[in-house]
Design a protein around this ligand. Structure first.
Ligand code: DC
Length: 229
C-alpha cells in the first residue's frame, strides 16, 4: 500500500464497536499512529477521582485539565497512557474511571481543552484517531471518516468476551449491557459535540462482520484516498 501522503483518519462510534482494535491494526499496517482520544478523557477522569473533584464542576475540571500532562503512546495493543508522567494505562480501563470519563466529557470547557490537544497530536498527519467527535469536531477535514457501529447486544457480547479473556471470569452480561446503555445515552444526548456520524462519514455496521472484514473494508477506502504511487 502506498504511504506517500500521510492521511488523517477519523474513527468514531459508540463504546464496544471495536474502534481501538481496528485503529491499532490499521495503524500497524500503514505505519501510522493510533491515538485513542477516549483515553485522554479517562486520564482526566482518573485525576478528578484521585483529587476528589466533583464530576459536575466544569470550572474545576477544566482547571484540572489545564494543569495536567496527558500523553498517549501508541502501541500495537492500543495506547499506553501517561498522566503527569505516571503510567495509568490499566487503571483508566476500570469501571469507576469508565463511568467518570463519560461524565467529565459532557462539559464544553473540558472538551475545548481536549480538542486543542488532539488537534496538536494529529497535526502532522499519519494518524488514526478514534473517539466520538473526531470526524465532526476535532478533524472536520479528515481525509477519511469512519463511523463504526454495532448492535447493542453484539457490543455487549464483545465486551463480555474481552472481560473473560482478561480476567478468566465469566462476565455479568446484564451489568455490561446496562453500562453500555447508560454510556450510549450520555454520549449521544449531551448538548456539546454529541456522538453522531459526520455527514461525510462512511458508516460501517460491524454487527455481522469480523475484525478482518472491517479492516479490509477500511483499507479499501484508504486506497481510494491515496494518490497512485
Ligand atoms: O472511547 P472510550 O470508551 O475510551 O471513551 C471514554 C468516554 O470518553 C466516553 O464515554 C465518552 C468520552 N469521549 C468523548 O466524549 N469524546 C471522544 N472523542 C472520546 C471519548
Amino acid at each position: 500500500m502506498s504511504t506517500t501522503r500521510k492521511l488523517v483518519i477519523a474513527i468514531d462510534g459508540p463504546a464496544g464497536a471495536g474502534k481501538s482494535t481496528i485503529a491499532a491494526r490499521l495503524a500497524q499496517a500503514l505505519g501510522y499512529l493510533n491515538l485513542e482520544s477516549g483515553a485522554m478523557y479517562r486520564a482526566l477522569a482518573l485525576k478528578a477521582l484521585q483529587r476528589g473533584a466533583s464530576l459536575d464542576d466544569h470550572a474545576a475540571l477544566a482547571a484540572l485539565a489545564r494543569a495536567s500532562r496527558i500523553e498517549l503512546i501508541p502501541t500495537s495493543e492500543g495506547n499506553q497512557v501517561l498522566l503527569d508522567g505516571e503510567d495509568v494505562s490499566a487503571r483508566i480501563r476500570q469501571q469507576d474511571v469508565t463511568d467518570a470519563a463519560s461524565r467529565v466529557s459532557v462539559h464544553p470547557a473540558v472538551r475545548e481543552w481536549m480538542v486543542a490537544r488532539q488537534r496538536e497530536l494529529g497535526a502532522g498527519g499519519g494518524v488514526i484517531m478514534e473517539g466520538r467527535d473526531i470526524g465532526t469536531v476535532v478533524f472536520p477535514d479528515a481525509d477519511l471518516k469512519i463511523f463504526l457501529d454495532a448492535a447493542p447486544h453484539v457490543r455487549t457480547e464483545r465486551r463480555a468476551a474481552q472481560h473473560q479473556q482478561k480476567t478468566g471470569l465469566a462476565a455479568a452480561r446484564e451489568a455490561i449491557a446496562a453500562e453500555l446503555r447508560e454510556r450510549d445515552r450520555r454520549d449521544t444526548t449531551r448538548s456539546h459535540s454529541p456522538l453522531v456520524p459526520a455527514e461525510d462519514a462512511v458508516i460501517i455496521d460491524s454487527s455481522a462482520l469480523d475484525i478482518e472484514d472491517v479492516i479490509a473494508r477500511i483499507r479499501a477506502l484508504i486506497e481510494q484516498k491515496l494518490p497512485p504511487s
